[in-house]
Design a protein around this ligand. Structure first.
Ligand SMILES: Nc1ncnc2c1ncn2[C@@H]1O[C@H](COP(=O)(O)OP(=O)(O)O)[C@@H](O)[C@H]1O
Ligand SMILES: [Mg+2]
Length: 269
């Protein structure tokens, strides 16, 4: 059982305050949807949690099981169990999905930190990676489990991938890295129905009692496929309201104009 806690978080980019006191708790076993209008700072929150160097934190904290991650580099945060998926993942021509995953998994599981000299394997390419045979077996199993075509492994990462294929890669990545917390920024998403099914099936499979999900979204559409335990409304750089799935339905009915009227003054104050 793990807890990701965001406490009174204030952050700015280029001297402009974006996050203005975010409070949010995500426990393993929970799916928490974070919904808000464009420009409210949802993606900024995701970047700040991941440790993007562009953002300055002036106040507050981000803790995993009571331990602050603020001093951690992005890769250390990944090791600590945070996984972030962005809506527009970059293409990396020349790097296959399999190679990318082997490197990422090796890093998260501590293979790359082992001194290779100790085993007399120094200088061998891949000598500080997860052993190929072991990796292959696990990758094949997970590809089967998550309905990913085996040909995917050889393709260059996100290069010419359709929206659905990118999402498939993302789900596979989560399945391999086994994070404690999955943070998915799907906001303003132009996901087609295929991509939407892929992500939601993936989340539903991966939403085990030992893992929490923060689902960042502008639209409530994905919540027809993934049922959240909590829905929070994000507005003006903070969480202004938290409730159950009914909050998403209310938003769909009343729209974000209602949020602005209801919380606009409180945020400006
Ligand atoms: N790198 C940046 N430089 C300047 N302003 C930024 C930067 N990133 C985000 N912002 C501003 O921060 C605000 C919040 O953006 P964002 O976090 O992307 O919101 P959301 O994901 O909710 O649409 C916006 O007004 C945006 O213009
Ligand atoms: Mg965004």
């Amino acid at each position: 059982m793990s807890v990701l806690e965001i406490r009174n978080l204030h952050a700015s980019v280029e001297d402009r305050a974006i996050l203005k006191g975010v409070n949010l708790t995500l426990r393993s076993g929970e799916v928490h949807a974070l919904m808000g209008p464009n420009g409210s700072g949802k993606s900024t929150l995701a970047y700040v949690i991941a440790g993007h160097p562009h953002y300055k934190i002036s106040e507050g904290d981000i803790l995993i099981d009571g331990e602050s991650v603020l001093e951690m580099e992005p890769d250390e945060r990944t090791k600590a169990g945070i996984f972030l998926a962005f809506q527009y993942p970059v293409a990396v021509p020349g790097v296959s999905v399999a190679n990318f995953l082997r490197t990422a998994v090796s890093n998260v599981r501590g293979y790359t930190a082992q001194p290779v000299e100790a085993e007399g394997r120094s200088g061998l390419i891949g000598s500080n990676l997860m052993p190929m045979r072991e990796f292959r077996r696990e990758l094949n199993d997970k590809m089967k489990e998550f309905n990913v075509d085996p040909s995917f492994a050889r393709r260059y990462l996100n290069d010419g991938f359709s929206g659905g294929e990118k999402k498939r890669t993302e789900v596979l990545q989560m399945a391999m890295l086994e994070p404690k917390f999955g943070i998915l920024d799907e906001s303003d998403s132009g996901l087609d129905i295929d991509a939407l099914r892929v992500v939601s099936d993936g989340i539903n499979k991966l939403a085990t009692p030992d893992r929490g999900f923060l689902l960042i979204t502008h639209y409530q559409r994905i919540l027809n496929y993934v049922r959240p335990n909590y829905v929070s409304i994000f507005y003006g750089g903070r969480v202004v309201m938290t409730g159950g799935p009914e909050v998403a339905h209310m938003l769909e009915e009343k729209g974000y104009g209602w949020v602005e009227r209801e919380f606009g003054e409180a945020v400006a104050a």
